[in-house]
Design a binder for this molecule. Structure first.
Ligand SMILES: NC(=O)c1ccc[n+]([C@@H]2O[C@H](COP(=O)([O-])OP(=O)(O)OC[C@H]3O[C@@H](n4cnc5c(N)ncnc54)[C@H](O)[C@@H]3O)[C@@H](O)[C@H]2O)c1
Length: 475
């Protein structure tokens, strides 16, 4: 039974968004409870497509991008039910990132680690050598900044390995189209593709979705969400490269640069935006946004400090989303909905536990609860790996790339609208020719950076109302 839409069904957007949750919720995997599966189980017979190394139940994995998320995602892979993942290769552009993640994993997960020095790879082509070292049916984890996702995904498909790739998978229209096209190629090779939008794999959010579908909150009219906290970096950090090239600096500080990540809005806000779209069962058709830059300290990045987006769905329902990354201001992290019968919380405080709750009326109050999710909640970062590994072992269709690309595009719609100062539709964003990641597959350690600062060290920034695209062109 397919867990996810394949590229060939990409056109039936509403249908997919409606069906995916039900499939996951009703599948056998949903029966798993928190606390189970912390020890990976031996897998059954070798699946079609040669998933395993001959004579072993191991699934070999390569980690491309050995930073914060990569180092955590591989641990979730080790913990997944239904398979025994072993890390056999690591790739990064900074040797010290490999060294520190490897040291920590070697200490904690000795029996899951088999990464000798000759399977650690450094540089912009390191991903190729790490993928080349995998047997067919192995898994590559793509956890670099998003700019490199499409190029790395393409190579993984060519080499016939399954892919776990972190969100966002694209930053604009052209990179979204690339991922969607590649998703079809992965399907054609029966490769499984997971995207790190783990909230989709949260059992308690799935239960909320079932209840909303059953009409417990009535018609879904409006949503709102907030991600307001301190900026991603100390504002008084050195504003530019020290001891490294401008290119490597921009990669290291990828949240600051639109080409590298879609900026901090795309990188941080995609989960909330995707959660709302999951509950609504649709992508918004338009985004109309405002934003502003106020406090940058010594940092001269390309982000605004505040974004306020009004998304509109095809049926007219609204989703208002605010993102404020400023010091000394109110902090707020959560997404909520308003149905014709009552309000509901989709997630609050953090990505997990989500604590989804439905209220008897529009009052969000402790004494007005109709239903609230049982605690504790299974960890969605682990559950996404349970689902992925189960699909690999059973050789079931499993491809989240199109959905991940569309979630990335919808997030980029909000950012783009704020940056250009006018509304943008889903289709306009998809067809927008501005290609922020063009040519990244050709970067070398000696390449100039894609974005150049002026003589005062200032990078080009969005000027709403001035440009046609985010950084250039007459409006
Ligand atoms: N699902 C989640 O909740 C979640 C949480 C955190 C991060 N992420 C995502 O994970 C990705 C990485 O984020 P992070 O916080 O781990 O960043 P990070 O900077 O800690 O790690 C990224 C790593 O990739 C390496 N890298 C950069 N370019 C590379 C290339 N071309 N080839 C090989 N390695 C390269 C960097 O040197 C670094 O070690 C981002 O897309 C981010 O949005 C997802």
């Amino acid at each position: 039974m397919p867990h996810t839409r394949t590229a060939s069904t990409a056109s039936s957007r509403r249908g997919f968004l409606g069906a995916a949750g039900a499939v996951i919720a009703s599948s056998a995997v949903a029966a798993a409870e928190e606390g189970q599966g912390t020890t990976a189980e031996a897998t059954p017979a070798v699946a079609p497509g040669g998933v395993h190394v001959a004579g072993s139940d191991e699934i070999h994995a390569a980690l491309v991008g050995c930073g914060g998320r990569g180092g955590s995602a591989i641990i979730d892979a080790f913990d997944a039910r239904g398979g025994r993942v072993k890390l056999t290769a690591m790739a990064d552009v900074f040797p010290e990132r490999i060294a520190s993640v490897k040291r920590s994993l070697d200490e904690q997960f000795k029996d899951r680690m088999d990464v000798p020095d000759d399977r650690t790879f450094i540089g912009f082509d390191a991903y190729q050598r790490a993928i080349d070292s995998l047997p067919a049916g192995g898994i590559v984890l793509l956890t670099t900044p998003p700019a490199f996702r499409a190029a790395h995904f393409k190579y993984a498909i060519e080499k016939g390995v399954h892919v776990f790739m972190e969100k966002p998978v694209s930053v604009d229209g052209p990179s979204t189209k690339r991922i969607i096209e590649l998703a079809g190629q992965a399907d054609a090779k029966r490769l499984k593709v997971a995207v790190g939008l783990m909230c989709r794999h949260c059992d308690r959010r799935q239960e909320l979705l079932e209840r909303l579908r059953a009409g417990e909150a009535g018609d879904l009219i409006a949503f709102r969400g907030y991600r307001s906290h301190t900026p991603p970096h100390d504002l008084d950090l050195a504003p530019g490269p020290e001891g490294m090239s401008e290119l490597m600096w921009q990669i290291k500080r990828f949240h600051s640069f639109l080409w590298a990540s879609g900026g901090v809005f795309s990188d941080y806000c995609i989960h909330h935006i995707d959660e709302v779209c999951m509950m609504k069962g649709a992508w918004p058709v338009t985004a109309d946004a405002v934003g502003g830059r106020h406090y940058k300290g010594k940092i001269t990045d390309q982000n605004l400090d505040v974004y306020s987006i009004e998304y509109t769905f095809e049926d007219g329902a609204k989703f208002f989303y605010e993102n404020r990354l400023m010091n000394n201001c109110r902090q707020h992290f959560g997404v909520y909905g308003q149905g014709s019968k009552g309000a509901f919380t989709i997630s609050t405080s953090g990505h997990s536990p989500a604590k989804p709750t439905i209220y008897k009326s529009q009052q969000i109050a402790k004494d007005n609860i109709l239903w609230t999710a049982e605690q504790p909640e299974p960890n969605p970062y682990r559950r996404e790996w349970d689902h992925f590994i189960e699909a690999i072992v059973a050789d079931e269709p499993y491809n989240e790339a199109v959905r991940g690309a569309e979630a990335s595009l919808v997030t980029a719609m909000g950012r783009f609208s704020a940056h250009v100062g006018r509304p943008v539709t889903f289709q306009e964003m998809l067809d927008c020719p501005e290609d922020l990641t063009a040519g990244v597959e050709h970067l070398t350690m000696e390449s100039p950076a894609p974005i150049v600062a002026d003589e005062e060290g200032r990078y080009p920034v969005p000027n709403p109302g001035k440009y046609k695209f985010e950084l250039r062109g007459d409006a």
